[in-house]
Design a protein around this ligand. Structure first.
Ligand code: NAP
Ligand code: G4F
Length: 328
């Protein structure tokens, strides 16, 4: 009989790639989405008609719906991906950010422990948890030093997973994922903001791109590669925590140059910095060591920095060309 996977945050970047991946593996996928006033299922349109995909409404803030879904679904694997995931925004809405990440995880964990304790649980932890700790590369033993309400919340959820794993013998793992991007990346994260703006500038739909700190460095991988690592963690005999990263770091400026050079655009003509886009507390450099994941999970990132930047730009160019045609 096929396994059932429950995914919170299926409408997000990672949820959509994970659903693609698990459906290809023959899973029955129960995807949880919240009700919004407009349709927000663009990222899962490609699998909407798949008979093994079941979509249910829920909200991380709603304890009884979490409980009911766990009872009805009886999942073999639970992937907790839902969150207010924007670091800059977490400074503006800290309470909501903590509510979704800490209490949302807590509710899900309690329903899991009580109703389906033999299932396996994946938690979306983040490299943001290393914050302003200057030690690089960061690995599973690096001290956490969160530098935003988002990161503080992720540290708490990360600790809850470990605590439940030890206290109740649950198979609950955390993936400490470094930044991962794709053509499905949210439009307000810096990589997608750059590739979308470059495509629009190229087509004469926009003139300026405003950015914040260009010196921040990130270890950027491809989301499609990273969801495989989530699944691999749940196939191990023992639950554990794993860093998922490429082992390479690049500044925002380097990403910008890669995309603008590829597009044949001048940064001086089109890009300006805006102090409002700087963060009250920045994470200067993230560089992960994926050695444990390579050794234990036999996982390797496939898409490299340059290929990722070009793939995202080309996808945005195609999308913006369609948009331009639609308004002509
Ligand atoms: P994303 O694209 O922002 O997706 C977030 C998902 O969470 C969306 O489906 C969103 O639903 C849902 N959500 C937000 N608030 C909710 C609520 N109150 N109730 C129910 N659902 C809610 O994020 P992502 O990039 O896929 O990341 C997935 C997870 O990995 C997140 O937990 C993120 O913090 C973590 N993470 C991401 C990265 C990365 O580089 N991408 C790295 C490390 C960790 P709507 O579609 O309705 O908004
Ligand atoms: O693309 P970002 O917003 O991603 P950030 O803050 O690193 O967070 C992402 O990755 C985390 C994993 O490390 C996830 F946990 C989290 O959920 C999210 O997916 O910003 C990257 C860097 C920052 O240093 C920021 O200050 O880009 C810099 N930046 C410069 N100008 C900008 C901008 N970021 C954004 N979003 N917008 C700008 O205009």
């Amino acid at each position: 009989m096929s396994k059932t996977a429950l995914i919170t945050g299926i409408t997000g970047q990672d949820g959509s790639y994970l659903a693609d991946f698990l459906l290809r593996k023959g899973y029955r996928v129960v995807g949880l989405k919240r009700r919004t006033s407009s349709i927000c299922t663009d990222r899962i349109n490609n699998i909407y008609d798949n008979e093994n995909l079941i979509l249910k409404y829920y909200d991380l803030d709603d304890a009884s719906s979490t409980w009911n879904i766990m009872l009805e679904t009886q999942p073999d694997e639970i992937y907790n991906l839902a969150a207010q995931s924007h670091v800059r925004v977490s400074f503006d809405i800290p309470e909501y950010t903590l509510q979704t990440i800490v209490m949302g995880t807590m509710r899900l964990l309690n329903a899991y422990k009580t109703l389906v304790p033999d299932a396996r649980f994946y938690q979306a932890s983040s490299s943001e948890m290393f914050g302003d700790n200057p030690q690089v590369p960061q690995d599973e033993s690096t001290a956490l030093s969160p530098a935003s309400p988002y990161a503080c919340a992720k540290v708490c959820a990360h600790n809850l997973i470990r605590n439940y794993r030890v206290a109740y013998g649950l198979h609950a793992s955390s993936g400490i994922l470094f930044n991962h991007e794709s053509p499905r990346r949210g439009e307000t994260f810096v990589t997608r903001k750059i590739t979308q703006a470059a495509a629009r500038i190229k087509l004469g739909l926009q003139d300026k791109l405003y950015l914040g700190n260009l010196d921040a460095q990130r270890d950027w991988g491809f989301a499609g590669d990273y969801v495989e690592a989530m699944w691999l963690m749940l196939q191990q005999d023992k639950a554990d925590d794993y860093i998922i990263a490429t082992g390479e770091t690049h500044s925002v400026r380097e990403f910008l140059e890669e995309v603008f050079n590829h597009a044949g655009l001048s940064i001086d003509d089109h890009v300006e910095t805006d102090p409002r886009l700087f963060r009250p507390h920045e994470v200067p450099v993230l560089l992960g060591s994926p050695e444990k994941a390579k050794k234990v999970l036999k996982w390797e990132p496939k898409i490299k920095f340059q290929q990722l930047a070009h793939m995202m730009y080309e996808s945005d160019l195609e999308e913006q060309e369609k948009f331009k045609r639609s308004i002509q």
